[in-house]
Design a protein around this ligand. Sequence first.
Ligand SMILES: [Zn+2]
Length: 173
Amino acid sequence: MGRKPRTAEEIVDHLLNDRTGRLGGTVTGPPVDVYGIAASLGVEVVTRTDLPPGVEAELLRGTRVHLIVVRSPCQPARARFSVAHELGHLFLHPDEDFVFQQGQPTGCRYAERPELEANHFAAALLMPEDWLRAAIGEGMSDAGVSFTRIAQRFGVSRQALRRRLAALALTLD
Ligand SMILES: [Zn+2]
């Protein structure tokens, strides 16, 4: 392995586009197979019905295999975001276990830097900027782009899409 990528964008680019990487450039469009990516990284994703109130997911690091625990039941788009968020911690914050709590990042307690960074990573992984721009561009020539349709296509919640568009200063109008 060469030099470790640093920023969320660099890591995502490596995960999605590096043909010599673990995924071999097999991820070619939305929705990003976040479960396949986790598996390729040796991360097992399991669901639990008894997570403490407010906890959406957690990351447990092992010596060889890491575990992401996601609340069940959970909307598929939300579960995907939780997995992507925990993968963000795995890459960006190598030394700690993390619990992803409901309400991030608006509550000030959760507006902590690692949580914002993990949320940013999740958004960048699930909604790569060039794919998002392409989807919006296609929608333009297709009798009006539907916000909901794009969210569905990327497998994200409307809220997550809205935040990502705002962060990229993109609009659908
Ligand atoms: Zn977190």
